[in-house]
Design a protein around this ligand. Structure first.
Ligand code: TMP
Ligand code: ASP
Length: 243
């Protein structure tokens, strides 16, 4: 059967397969920032993110966290479970950076204890605004039980990823998650986890911009973008091979 494109996002394309419950997620080299006002390409980003996301999904699965990942089938493609995406961007913050600093004045690098879990409306036309629990309910994006579940899952994922990245000598500053509902109505982790969707700071390097190992290198024109993603992958692989 010819595979059909079912969705194209900014960084990935989803294709149908002969199994209606399974899609193929293809990782592109395209990079965007500031709601796609800035556009570019990062050499081999699709391959790097597909491999990084594979290892991180496997890590979460091994800790009992359900994800959409089934199998990685090429250097840019993974088979994933088809889910109905909940149009929320769930952001977890361990250290103040990005829009948190801009909107609140909290100094960059301030440790956040306990970590923050925030919800943004996944809506490009509106510029992904920050939501409140009441707004989520008013928009009928999730009910109270689902909101609680999303917060629980986000915290669980944060704990697993933080511990893992710490072993890689990387500080997990913040990250964005997307969840979907499977055919049973269960919430499972979808999308990707990669240097596109996380802020990752080198624990060893202390120079403020040299330590950035994520998409902020692209957002802020810091250069060495693909090299930073490659560094993240190398550290993940080194950590996994120690097991
Ligand atoms: P922010 O500080 O810009 O709100 O970003 C918080 C985290 O979410 C950061 O790790 C980058 C990630 N993120 C995305 O993955 N996609 C987005 O569209 C935005 C705005 C942020
Ligand atoms: N992915 C988002 C966009 O292109 C924003 C970002 O990651 O900075 O619009």
């Amino acid at each position: 059967m010819e595979r059909q494109q079912v969705y194209e996002g900014k960084a990935k394309v989803l294709y149908s397969t002969e199994d209606p419950g399974v899609l193929v997620s293809y990782f592109k080299d395209d990079a965007t920032a500031f709601n796609a006002q800035k556009k570019g390409q990062i050499a081999d980003k699709g391959k790097l993110n597909c491999t990084i996301a594979t290892h991180l999904f496997r890590l979460l699965e091994s800790q009992g966290i359900s994800t959409h990942w089934i199998e990685t089938i090429s250097d840019r493609e993974m088979q994933v479970r088809r889910v109905d995406i909940i149009p929320l961007e769930v952001v977890v913050r361990n250290v103040a950076a990005g829009s948190l600093c801009k909107q609140t004045g909290i100094a960059l690098g301030t440790p956040l204890k306990p970590s923050l879990v925030e919800f943004y409306y996944k809506n490009d036309e509106l510029g992904d605004p920050l939501l409140t629990r009441d707004r989520i309910r008013a928009l009928q994006l999730a009910d109270e039980a689902q909101i609680k579940d999303l917060i629980r899952l986000a915290n669980q994922i944060n704990t697993a990823l933080r511990i893992f990245f710490e072993k890689c000598q990387i500080i997990l500053v913040d990250f964005k998650l997307e969840f979907g509902l499977d055919d049973q109505g269960s919430i499972i982790l979808a999308d990707e986890i990669s240097p596109d969707t996380c802020r990752l700071w080198d624990r060893v390097e202390t120079d403020a911009s040299a330590r950035i190992l994520d998409k902020d290198r692209f957002r802020k024109d810091l250069g060495q973008v693909a090299e930073a993603y490659q560094e993240v992958l190398q550290r993940i692989l080194a950590q996994i091979s120690l097991k």
